[in-house]
Design a protein around this ligand. Structure first.
Ligand code: THU
Length: 134
């Protein structure tokens, strides 16, 4: 991934922290995703008084992209106000596995600039996939 594009994704994910709707957890998360066609989709977490309906930042970004007709991606950045690079939740790892190739890089970071680059497969080995339904 080109350094300029990666930095743009980090900046867009970080900007999303101010858009997060987090009246319950007060824990904003931001994400930014680039499609293979070069379009960027950013998202934040959106909570609900019925807590279980809350949507994570990375799923917001992925669902925005899919709803605009993009289903293949090159790179995902996730950030939060964590001590180390943020760790995406299990539900989001499964959604990444649905729409992103197993070896797609995912950059986990935080407001302090700590970074860890991993892949979709490293985040969720053995993901349940369409091929399992035979
Ligand atoms: N959250 C995310 O947005 N992404 C993650 O991967 C971890 C958790 C959100 C969900 C909830 O709004 C808040 O962080 C606290 O769990």
């Amino acid at each position: 991934m080109d350094d300029t594009i990666r930095q743009d994704l980090v900046d867009k994910a970080t900007a999303m922290l101010d858009k997060a709707y987090v009246p319950y957890s007060h824990f904003p998360v931001g994400a930014a995703l680039i499609s293979k066609s070069g379009e960027v989709f950013a998202g934040c977490n959106i909570e609900n008084a019925s807590y279980g309906l809350s949507n994570c930042a990375e799923r917001t970004a992925i669902f925005k992209a899919v709803s605009e007709g993009h289903t293949s991606f090159d790179y995902l950045v996730i950030t939060g106000n964590t001590e180390g690079p943020i760790s995406p939740c299990g539900a989001c790892r499964q959604v990444m596995a649905e729409f992103c190739e197993a070896d797609m890089p995912v950059l986990l970071t935080n407001k302090k600039g700590k970074v860890k680059e991993t892949t979709v497969k490293e985040l969720l080995p053995g993901a349940f996939q369409s091929g399992d339904m035979v």
